[in-house]
Design a protein around this ligand. Structure first.
Ligand code: GLN
Ligand code: ZN
Length: 778
């Protein structure tokens, strides 16, 4: 981040433009994750539906209060969700899948959660990453038979709540284009069905939603169209143009704001500029900075309201206020009215940096979570309205904080810098070609065909979490805690032996989280106490903050590996989190290229991989579930990213012998765009999410000529549902249609940490039985 002071064009007389402030969305969970507790209580039958609704309403009220107190002038409504905003959109447009209809009719709330999580008899909707964030949404299932019907109950209800409290409120809905482009063909529909062909059918439903919101008192309605920041075909851009022409032409409609975020709007900017809508939201941070130039190139947005996303909404660093003011001043000439906002919903950052008690106070001043960002936007708006003299104190403090960060020893470690500089391309290549390695590994491991394994974690039971909480609170000592973990590892090993699993794991009970656990042991990372962000539904994670240069003061996972391996004759996997994921699931520094940060992390992990090998690990798994999600949204930016990302993975894994088997793991099903990159990881075995997509990934890999071993998941761990042996065997057979038996592994989709023991045991028993069944057919 540049700290050089820029001359702000807003110096001098105050401008007459009355800049307002707004946000697109806010963290949903509440200061103490009250929402998670209420929802999980409802699932467990401890909390009534009425009490859950009361908790939710109280949280919305508190959020609006907080925003209003911070001086935010227009508040979002409808961004709140009991599970996911895409699922809310599915309900709002009446696209409930036929299999869930009876459940939704019988009890809308229970039915809503049935769509989200499944039941013993009903498969849930598929879950996937929301663009390149760490948030997961539920994928709409559509087909030629889909009949939409407007259901504005939630949107209208939440708007009325805010209005009744005296707030100026703007309902937020997922836009029709994004809704369709993010949907997939329903399971019984041809795979080549394109949901976007339903646009004409969806349009009147949105018209009805808009009319209902207008009638309930909405002056503005926001339609979120982040799909417009991805590369779109001319046909899709035409569809967008037609859509907004028609919505704009509606009589008696609220004013329409179309918000884009996460990247530049590119070609879509022209469409939005021409459309008869009233406002446009653009992201001016990161790659979105290109919007500034592009906006000038299309002649600006005369007569329209521009929501200028100048404060990064997805990272935790303080804004460079002077730089933002300069951007805003330029924008003043490019739109009818300019309002100040974060670049995207604040859903993706924690609530309040002020709640952090354990951070170095100097470092804490470098951080801005949701609450601090609202203060930044209101300061910026004041600066824009009244001139920089109106925010002199804020600017001075901001300049000092940026300078302290740039000069800190934390951000500049000479030893780390020397080592990364000395790294060569050879360091990132294994010494032997894959066929030689495969032969050596086969000889060393002597596994059966279709070997069974799991992805790493076993259920993180209440006992384990309690032990960790007790240790933190000083209720138990370190020895007692370690003893609890050792007992758990012993149980996990014993269970796997009994179940007949071939390559074992220690179960990761000691890990609070796959990134945080390592981050806590690496120098350069900071941990937060309260920095929770929603991953999906009621799952919240606390991403560490990668703030400085990275080094490894001591081995991290070796002791647990050794303990587990000593308990069994079967191979135990050494388990690590890969460099790309270590970045992707952290808040990462923005003061140097990501590639440089990735290389530092990779070198620290390389030492760990070699220590595991020396401790006797024949199999080492380096998880990279985040490789795909970090992929830049625009194709033009992808080759550069994949280059450094795959190199970082290889740098961490290439220091081992030929007969040490490197596994990697990824949990998503679509990765057409990274097929080549997966090959370039040069991992000996890759396990992937595949159960919900019927092994599609195995076929894609086969078509791409992928030469190494593959474990497409046959057990969907995102739901408590237990797959039958036959179901798992069928998936395996589908896998065998793509990958020969010599190269096919049998494993779940992902780690089991979110599951309970009973369903885990039953599911893994079925998985092993399925492997036996199918082996017998070979
Ligand atoms: N080894 C990790 C686990 O099993 C992998 C988790 C993941 O891919 N998200 O928990
Ligand atoms: Zn996974």
């Amino acid at each position: 981040m540049s700290t050089s002071s820029t001359t702000s064009a807003t110096d001098g007389p105050a401008t007459t433009t009355a800049a307002q402030t707004t946000v697109y969305g806010y963290p949903r969970q509440g200061p103490h994750r009250e929402l998670k507790r209420a929802i999980e209580g409802y699932w467990a039958g401890r909390v009534s539906a009425a009490d859950l609704r009361t908790t939710a309403e109280g949280l919305r009220r508190a959020t609006w209060r907080q925003l209003a107190d911070a001086g935010v002038t227009e508040l979002p409504t409808g961004d709140f969700s009991l599970y996911d905003h895409m699922l809310d959109a599915t309900v709002a447009v009446g696209a409930i899948p036929p299999r869930h209809r009876a459940a939704v009719q019988a009890d809308p709330l229970a039915g809503y959660f049935a769509m989200a999580r499944g039941t013993q008899d009903l498969a849930p909707l598929e879950m996937t990453k929301w663009f390149d964030t760490n948030y997961h949404y539920l994928v709409p299932e559509l087909g030629p038979e889909t009949v939409f019907a407007a259901n504005s109950a939630k949107a209208v209800g939440e708007l009325r709540e805010a209005l009744a409290l005296g707030h100026r409120a703007r309902p937020v809905l997922v836009g029709p284009l994004t809704y369709l482009l993010l949907a997939k063909p329903a399971p019984d529909v041809a795979a080549d069905f394109q949901p976007i062909t339903l646009l004409d059918r969806l349009l009147p439903v949105y018209a009805e939603l808009l009319a209902d919101l207008r009638a309930a008192g909405a002056e503005w309605v926001q339609l979120d169209e982040p799909a417009l920041v991805q590369d779109r075909t001319p046909a899709e851009l035409n569809a967008a143009a037609r859509l907004y022409r028609e919505l704009g032409a509606l009589t008696d409609r609220p004013k329409l704001l179309v918000a884009t975020y996460f990247d530049r709007a590119g070609e879509a900017l022209k469409v939005l500029a021409k459309a008869p809508i009233d406002g446009v939201g653009l992201d001016f941070t990161g790659p979105g900075a290109a919007n500034l130039f592009d906006l000038a190139a299309v002649g600006g947005l005369p007569g329209k309201r521009l929501i200028a996303g100048v404060v990064e909404g997805r990272n935790v660093w303080i804004n460079d206020l002077e730089k933002s003011l300069t951007t805003l001043a330029t924008l003043l000439g490019l739109a009818g009215r300019v309002d100040v906002a974060p670049s995207c919903s604040l859903l993706h950052v924690p609530l309040d940096a002020g709640a952090e008690r354990d951070l170095d106070p100097q470092v804490a001043r470098w951080l801005a979570f949701a609450r601090q960002k609202t203060t930044e936007i209101t300061a910026l708006a004041r600066g824009l309205r009244e001139g920089t003299h109106a925010i002199t104190a804020e600017l001075a403090a901001n300049r000092a904080d940026l300078a302290s960060r740039a000069a800190s020893a934390l951000t500049h470690d000479p030893a780390v810098r020397a080592r990364t500089a000395a790294t060569t391309a050879d360091d990132a290549r294994r010494a032997q070609p894959y066929p030689d390695r495969a032969r050596a590994q086969r000889a060393r491991l002597a596994l059966p065909l279709l070997p069974t394994t799991t992805i790493g974690s076993f259920p993180q039971t209440t006992d384990l979490r309690t032990a960790r909480a007790d240790l933190r609170a000083g209720r138990i000592d370190e020895d007692t805690y370690q003893e609890t973990m050792r007992a758990e590892v012993a149980e996990v090993i014993a269970y796997q032996e009994k179940a007949g699993i071939d390559v074992l794991v220690h179960g990761e009970p000691e890990r609070n989280d796959m990134v945080q656990y390592f981050a806590e042991q690496l120098t350069g990372y900071l941990a937060t106490q309260q920095g929770w962000v929603q991953s999906y539904g009621t799952r919240y994670v606390r991403p560490p903050v990668l703030a400085g240069d990275i080094s490894r003061p001591h081995p991290m996972a070796v002791r647990w590996f050794r303990y587990a391996q000593d308990l069994t004759d079967r191979p135990v996997k050494g388990m690590l989190t890969g460099p790309v994921t270590m970045l992707a699931w952290s808040f990462v520094r923005d003061d140097q290229p990501l590639a440089d940060t990735a290389r530092q992390v990779a070198l620290a992990l390389r030492d760990e991989v070699q220590d595991l090998e020396a401790a006797g690990a024949a199999v080492i798994q380096v998880d990279e579930p985040a490789l795909r999600e970090t992929l830049p949204l625009r194709a033009a930016d992808r080759p550069g990213y994949l280059d450094w990302a795959t190199e970082a993975f290889r740098l961490s894994t290439s220091g081992v012998r030929a007969d040490t088997q490197i596994h990697t793991h990824m949990c998503y099903a679509e990765f057409g765009a990274i097929m080549t990159a997966i090959d370039e990881l040069d991992a000996d075995v890759i396990s992937l999410e595949a159960a919900r997509s019927h092994m599609q990934v195995a076929h894609e890999l086969a078509e791409a000529g992928y030469p190494r071993e593959v474990g497409p998941g046959v057990y969907d761990i995102h739901s408590p549902r237990v797959p039958s042996t036959e179901e798992a065997a069928d998936l395996l057979r589908a896998g065998l249609a793509a990958i020969p038996a010599e190269r096919l592994w049998v494993n779940p989709d992902c780690g089991l940490k979110t599951r309970g023991w009973p369903e885990t045991r039953a599911s893994l028993d079925h998985l092993v039985a399925a492997a036996h069944t199918v082996r017998a057919e070979l």
